[in-house]
Design a protein around this ligand. Structure first.
Ligand code: GLY
Length: 581
């Protein structure tokens, strides 16, 4: 018997006793390695749908729903599976936000499981002796990591809303995927190879967990096995939060911190708490919008853009015309100027929510709008209020009862801070870079922050993540969200308005080219070939400057159609996939 077969048998033996009953096309009892199928981008189904960053995670989610799980059960299982099959952003070493709505609309809630600064963090921790920001310190290595929130977040969701009430069943597929391995896609192979040198540089012990071999690079179809991660997941399965924030795993994280000069202590881990927060609610042309409050700027930013779009009739401006794009860019410019000044963790800084969401205030921000000229960003400041990774990944789920979960979760940059926790096989986030290391100095995404987002112990860094649920006539209409750092809220905005204002299907709305502007730098970023030549020429005449960049966002959308069926869409721009029935 070859080494490989012995391994398969051992794997099967190891997990037989605790296997969940997941009988599917890709059976998570079969000992793996699991073959990653080609992703499907769009489906129409009657009952339930899952859209997320990886085909195997989408399958896990659907299986949980078919076993009677609700959107929360499926979200937990998908989040844990993504931590294995989508290591660039899926995580247990990061954090995220949940926006949840029950099928009958009686429950609407959000959970903030964003990372927190360690108790030893300080305002100037990323500055050198001359007071200049040293970007590498907030972006790479153990010092860049905030205290992870994902495992606590998943467990709090489970305690409050799970229907299956079987935590082990939700975690088991991830254990199996990590232990038995799965075949990697071409895109993942490329990304892992690109990050190779930084894994070696920024991991103190576990330098090779995500490296193919000393002389070998990853290619499509190779099997990635993550044994250390499987044992951590097994501890989480058996001991829930204690399996991560205490015991062996916590010890391994703290040991990595000591070796890598990071700050997270055992007490920081033990004291981590995710927080249920009141959603940011608004309306747009008769649709209800449910968004994430601070420490996300996404819910408020999205509402500001939608308020301007309603007032200034985006619907009458032809899709991707110079008139429409000019309007949207000018709206984004003002929204991001507000973001830089007024946003931070609401537990530490009084974010002037009422003022920022006040329709008169938002519309007043457009008093200097010129239909013929771009307003230079240096002339646009945050509004005066009366008082008041870019990588990330998104999960959209609707279950058979119509409950909806919209979760955006992140390590911040691709593969976070590139530090693999020694002996634990998972990557830590570099969310500390989302703080303003020095007011006025841009972060990884070129975003500028101010006093409101300065570093403080136990504070959460400002986020753009915008998991969103849209309702119509009191019923579920759309579940949407995306990764993409600062481009997140503008991508979510474009997909929502593509559907509501331009009558696109969810597929057309999600796959349409996107553009983004964020006040500073004063440019419009566009996907290659993303806007008609004529539009660009007309916008240059108005004074806009353009930069072509790679793709913008990976949006996962589920739309409830007028006949009650679901159109579920995964972004065509990467491995994202949908499942449903
Ligand atoms: N790390 C990206 C965000 O939270 O906006």
């Amino acid at each position: 018997m070859g080494k490989f077969n012995i391994f398969l048998l051992a794997g099967l033996f190891f997990f037989t006793s605790a296997q969940p009953n997941l009988k599917a096309k890709n059976n998570f009892e079969d000992g793996g390695p699991y073959k990653t199928p080609k992703s499907v981008k769009s489906i129409n189904v009657n009952k339930a749908a899952v859209s997320c960053g990886h085909p195997l995670a989408a399958k896990v989610g659907l299986e949980i729903i078919k076993q009677g799980g609700n959107a929360i059960d499926a979200s937990i299982a998908v989040q844990m599976a993504l931590a294995v099959v989508y290591p660039r952003a899926g995580n247990i070493g990061g954090g995220g936000f949940l926006v949840y709505r029950s099928g009958d609309g009686k429950l609407v809630n959000t959970l903030d499981f964003r990372e927190r600064a360690a108790s030893g963090a300080s305002r100037d921790m990323y500055l050198d002796e001359k007071g200049n920001v040293v970007a590498e310190r907030s972006q790479r290595g153990a010092l860049a990591s905030g205290v992870p929130g994902t495992v606590d977040g998943c467990y709090q969701m489970f305690l409050k809303y799970s229907k299956l009430k079987n935590w082990k069943k939700l975690i088991q597929p991830a254990v199996n995927l990590a232990y038995n391995g799965f075949t990697i896609t071409e895109a993942e192979a490329k990304r892992l190879n690109d990050a190779r040198a930084s894994f070696v540089k920024f991991s103190t012990v576990d330098k090779t967990a995500l490296i193919k071999g000393e002389k070998e690079v990853w290619k499509e179809g190779d099997v990635l096995i993550q044994k250390d991660l499987a044992y951590v997941l097994k501890d989480i399965r058996d001991k829930n939060v204690e399996g991560f924030y205490g015991g062996k795993t916590a010890g391994l994280i703290v040991a990595e911190m000591k070796r890598g000069k990071g700050l997270i202590t055992l007490a920081d881990l033990k004291n981590y708490k995710s927080v249920w927060r009141k959603p940011t609610l608004g309306t747009y042309r008769g649709y209800g919008i449910i968004g994430m409050p601070p420490p996300s700027s996404g819910g408020v930013g999205l509402m500001q853009m939608l308020t301007l779009s309603e007032k200034f009739l985006l619907k009458d401006k032809p899709f991707h015309s110079a008139e429409a794009v000019h309007f949207i860019v000018e709206a984004e410019r003002r929204v991001f100027a507000d973001r830089a000044t007024h946003f931070g963790d609401g537990d530490f800084y009084k974010v002037p929510m009422r003022g920022l969401l006040d329709k008169n205030y938002i519309i007043g921000r457009f008093s200097d709008f010129d239909a013929n000229r771009a307003t230079p960003s240096k002339l646009v400041k945050a509004g005066e209020l009366a008082q008041v990774s870019e990588q990330t990944t998104h999960i959209s789920i609707v279950d058979a009862q119509g409950d909806a979960a919209s979760i955006t979760t992140t390590l911040n940059d691709n593969y976070g801070c590139r530090t693999i926790v020694g002996g634990a096989g998972f990557i830590l986030n570099n969310e500390m870079d989302d703080f303003s290391a020095k007011p006025g100095v841009p972060n990884l995404y070129g975003a500028i922050g101010g006093e409101a987002n300065a570093i403080q112990p136990l504070k959460r860094p400002l986020s753009s993540m915008s998991p969103t649920i849209v309702t119509k006539d009191g019923k579920l209409f759309m579940v949407v969200g995306t990764p993409g750092g600062t481009t997140i809220m503008t991508s979510v905005f474009q997909v929502i308005t593509n559907v509501i204002d331009y009558n696109m299907s969810a597929t057309e709305a999600t796959q349409a080219p996107r553009f983004h502007s964020q006040w500073m730098p004063d440019v419009v970023m566009i996907e290659k070939g993303g806007l008609p030549e004529l539009t660009i020429a007309a916008l240059k005449q108005k004074g806009h400057a353009f930069v072509e960049r790679g793709t913008i966002g990976l949006v996962e959308t589920i739309l409830v159609k007028s006949n009650g069926t679901l159109e579920a869409v995964a972004d065509k721009r990467s491995d994202d996939d949908v499942e449903g029935y």
